[in-house]
Design a protein around this ligand. Sequence first.
Ligand code: AMP
Length: 210
Amino acid sequence: MDLNIVLLGPPGSGKGTQTERLAAEFGFTKISTGDLLREAVRNGTDLGTKAKGYMDAGKLVPDALVIGLIKEKLKGSKGGVILDGFPRSLEQAKALDEVLKVGLAVDLKVDQEALIKRLTERRSCRKCNAVYHLEFNPPRKEGVCDKCGGELYQRSDDTEKVVRERFATYTERTAPLTEFYRRKGVLRSVDGMGSIDDVYKRIVAAIKAA
Ligand code: AMP
């Protein structure tokens, strides 16, 4: 499918989980700036060294760094793209506009207390970045990724203190993007509460209507 999609929604609203599934089932190229930045931190690259402090504090990594990263990734991509965690500021949305035609912006609507539970009980795979939830989507074997056998860990920014900071960052910098995409006529609000399957079906319906 040639549609290009951005997934908006606060931290923990299910962007990563849904992106993974949409990419697998529709053949979209998945690009997650959070995953790319964490990989850069793990590999100790120049980008990783610059990004780490912001990430640990729940702040946005400076636009210039992230925009450079995404442009590099988009160069090699073919077919429809699904972006998880980008854009996160108006500057990023404008930069994206110059290089990619976004046909659908999905805004996942969720309530904040539910998000805190989702995030603090989230576990991620060190190897393939798959995400689990201790209660709602547990791995078959504790601490081990179903998909690749990698080790599951809690992201350092999934603690309650940093989660609250990430929400504040979202409200200030990212929430205004819904207006940007509404004006372009591509925004669809999707109820992000309920099971992973329910939310997935709602997103698929939005894709079919796009
Ligand atoms: P995520 O995995 O999408 O929750 O991202 C984790 C962290 O990476 C965020 O809290 C930011 O510090 C950083 N990050 C990810 N995507 C972006 C972006 N588009 N712009 C700035 N910082 C980002």
